[in-house]
Design a protein around this ligand. Structure first.
Ligand SMILES: Cc1cc2nc3c(=O)[nH]c(=O)nc-3n(C[C@H](O)[C@H](O)[C@H](O)COP(=O)(O)OP(=O)(O)OC[C@H]3O[C@@H](n4cnc5c(N)ncnc54)[C@H](O)[C@@H]3O)c2cc1C
Length: 297
């Protein structure tokens, strides 16, 4: 039996494995190799790894984990989790059944691409979600923001630290009059109508095509499509969730334990605040440490 099975072996899952391996606990990490930022050329903001391709950071992490004899990294999908604390069973897509005393869920979230030609192709290059991740490289240039709800107003205020040239695309949203007045006061144009196509030009630049306005060229476009957990194991387990502006997140306490004793959660899957590689790594490390401490005799 493993002490812990970790489902999702990216930033959160590998950070959990590192702490558990250093505590000489027996761990199996299951991973399908599809981290959320795999579309990005570079990852920014992780101390010591800034401006590196995300897959290179993960490959280096996996290499470092190889020195811990109790950590096993397995390329497989977890299909189900059952049982209770001290006696969980995890079934993999290869038909293997793993037993574990604790389970850490770190399988991340998947961004749902809207049905707009060019959007999915541009995701991670000319359409990005986060200014901390990609803003510095295009500071002072012409940014676009696809409105996704009241939370977009906070983005407008945030973006001002990077650029004074912002265009808002309402994309069918009814932006309230008081917010429109604030945008006007900030000299931020609002383009009404729906986005019909994103024409990428390589690099960050693209042209936004609309159903009822002329095309608008931007140097980078920020958007926050809906997302959903990358697997549904939390549903099988009946875990509590909280709503986020673009989806749901698993509810976890300050020890990263979910609503079910013995099941921990870390990373974007359980981060209703500000998901990032840094927060995923921190939450993963905490989940690993608290899972280990919950097994002390
Ligand atoms: C375009 C883009 C650019 C970004 N750029 C940055 C950046 O520059 N800096 C930054 O800090 N953050 C950035 N982010 C955010 C960052 O990608 C996430 O915060 C981070 O990847 C979260 O890590 P995680 O370990 O929680 O999940 P993920 O990295 O998404 O990993 C989840 C892992 O679980 C695996 N998995 C899923 N289901 C199963 C299953 N059933 N069984 C086994 N394995 C499974 C997946 O294959 C994946 O490997 C960016 C996000 C996007 C979309």
């Amino acid at each position: 039996m493993d002490d812990v099975v970790i489902i999702g072996g990216s930033f959160a899952g590998l950070a959990a494995a590192l702490q558990l391996g250093r505590a000489r606990r027996k761990v199996t990490v299951l991973d399908t190799g599809l981290p959320r930022n795999r579309f990005a050329g570079h990852s920014h903001g992780l101390l010591g790894h800034d401006h590196k391709p995300p897959l290179d950071i993960l490959a280096e992490a996996r290499q470092q984990l190889a020195r811990y004899p109790t950590i096993k990294l397995v390329s497989a999908r977890a299909e189900s989790v059952s049982g209770a604390i001290d006696n969980f069973s995890v079934l993999t897509g290869d038909g293997e059944s793993l037993k574990a005393r604790r389970v850490i869920l770190s399988y991340g979230i998947a961004d749902q691409m809207p049905d707009v030609p060019g959007f999915a192709e541009s995701w991670g290059t000319s359409i990005v979600p986060c200014p901390y991740c990609d803003g510095f490289e295009v500071a002072g240039q012409h940014w676009g923001l696809v409105w996704s709800g009241p939370q977009s107003h906070n983005q407008v205020r945030l973006f001002h630290d990077w650029t004074e040239r912002l265009t808002v695309f309402a994309d069918g949203h009814d932006i309230p009059a008081d917010i429109r007045a604030d945008l006007a006061r900030r000299n931020i144009p609002v383009i009404d109508g729906r986005i019909t196509e994103i024409a990428g030009h390589g690099g960050h630049n693209s042209t936004v095509k609309l159903d009822s306005s002329p095309d608008v060229a931007v140097d980078i476009l920020f958007a926050h499509p809906r997302n959903k957990p990358s697997a549904s194991l939390h549903e099988l387990l009946g875990l509590a969730t909280v709503d986020t502006p673009s989806g749901i997140a698993l509810k976890a306490d300050e020890r990263r334990e979910t609503s079910m004793p013995g099941i921990y959660a870390a990373g974007d899957l359980a981060n209703p605040g500000m998901p990032s590689v840094t927060t995923a790594s921190w939450q993963g490390a905490m989940a690993g440490i608290f899972a280990q401490q919950s097994m002390l005799v």
